[in-house]
Design a protein around this ligand. Structure first.
Ligand code: EZ4
Ligand code: CO
Length: 403
């Protein structure tokens, strides 16, 4: 099965997505997500200008060799742009291999390890009572696991708090918008949110929370400790993870489970975190961590240390990533949970997909491949629109902080 052509499709049905489509001499096509929020066109160029010319004529079945060729062959290794571009190729090739076999992707990976994929949804509100209502609404919709984020009194804009229902889009402006931050205000507020949530919801649902890189290790330790009685499924991105050693301090102080890794792009970003058992869940995902080929390597390393997967699944990852991730999740032995933010109707229409939601679980479906396609005619109606993620500043003096 020779690769005859490959194309990059950039579209914006509600938000920007970059998609790679690979065509073969057997008439089969495969697609892969290449979306890197706020830096979309860099990946599009990396693919069009530097990768696609090297793909033409290659055997689409040689997934491992093509992965190594693109990784080692670039000389410049790793980094989000490179690894997202490689992921797009890898995802499209796995899609093709499974289609050529006439099997859903999970079968090619090794078959089902479970009946379905437990997901967590995003509930958020402007204050505690609003957030409680939203969490209860998610529980009514059948979710078994719910992430709760709330506005903080005295802060103008806070991560995770959206406008409207079921939809939170952080890339909210043509140039980066500015959020304000106060660690003290956030730390005073957050334990109260979870106290109230457990009061109203009980303990039959999993609750999760995303700190979104905003605390120092000792502050994160304090938060983790104060949340212990509320039994969170995890505390996510408690502190920035460039220095993997930072998590040791948090680990020494709290039994609240820790998750990190949505911005990781290779196994090297999580090697020490995993080998030293400093985390419980690794959040690396198909599109930003080198595709299924590389994510499988990360998951295998993690399994040796009882670290489970919890793949990133925000709306800036396209349905093509979600489809691939769900096949991966159904197979991977050390699965933990999958994040799931619903896409808009426009996005769902551009990416017809086989996966379905039922009672808090997602099912990838049994269509050959990863089960997600792109309607190119419809995609062409939504041209790229520049959009950035916000920046965050300390409220008291304007110091640029982690968003
Ligand atoms: O802010 O995907 O857990 N989910 C998240 C996301 C990220 C966005 C950034 O592009 O943290 O909402
Ligand atoms: Co997150």
């Amino acid at each position: 099965m020779k690769i005859t052509n490959a194309r990059v499709i950039v579209c914006s049905p509600g938000r920007n997505f970059v998609t790679l489509k690979i065509e073969t001499d057997e008439g089969l096509t495969g697609i892969g997500d290449a979306t890197l929020n706020g830096r979309e066109l860099s990946v599009a160029s990396y693919l069009t200008d530097h990768i696609i010319p090297c793909l033409i004529g290659r055997d689409a079945h040689q997934i491992e060799d093509i992965w190594q060729y693109l990784y080692k062959g670039a000389y410049w290794r790793r980094g989000p742009v490179t690894m997202t571009a490689i992921a797009a190729v890898d995802t499209a090739l796995w899609d093709l291999k499974a289609k050529a076999a006439g099997l859903p992707l999970y079968q090619v990976l090794g078959g089902k390890s479970r009946t379905g994929v437990m997901v967590y949804g995003h509930a958020n509100g402007t204050d505690i009572e609003h957030t409680v209502d939203e969490v209860l609404r998610y529980a009514d919709m059948g979710y078994k696991a719910i992430r709760a984020q709330s506005g903080v009194p005295g802060l103008d804009k806070v991560y995770g708090v959206g406008r409207g229902n079921l939809f939170y889009e952080p890339a909210d402006a043509d140039l980066p918008s500015e959020h304000d931050w106060s660690t003290e205000k956030y730390l005073r507020h957050t334990p109260k949110l979870f106290e109230r949530l457990r009061e109203k919801l009980g303990f039959d649902h999993h609750l999760l929370h995303d700190v979104h890189h905003r605390l120092t290790p000792i502050e994160a330790s304090r938060l983790g400790k104060s949340l212990e009685e509320h039994q969170l499924f995890w505390m996510e991105d408690a502190t920035p993870a460039e220095n993997q050693e930072s998590f040791r301090l948090i680990r020494q102080h709290t039994t609240t489970p820790l998750a990190v890794g949505e911005i990781f792009n290779s196994i090297w970003d999580c090697k020490e975190l995993i080998e030293n058992q400093l985390i419980d869940y690794i959040r690396a995902t198909v599109v930003h961590a080198g595709g299924i080929t590389h994510l499988r390597r990360i998951a295998d390393l993690a399994s040796m240390y009882q670290v489970r997967t919890g793949c990133h699944g925000a709306t800036d990852l396209s349905p093509a990533c979600m489809g691939a991730a769900l096949h991966f999740d159904l197979w991977v032995p050390n699965f933990g949970i999958q994040e799931y933010m619903r896409h808009t109707e426009e996005t769902d229409a551009v990416f017809p997909h086989a996966y379905t939601f039922d009672k808090g679980m997602l099912y990838p479906g049994d269509a050959p491949g990863h089960g997600v396609d792109i309607d190119e005619k419809l995609a062409a109606k939504y041209p790229y629109k520049r959009a950035y993620l916000p920046v965050n500043r300390q409220q008291h003096d304007g110091t640029l902080w982690n968003w």
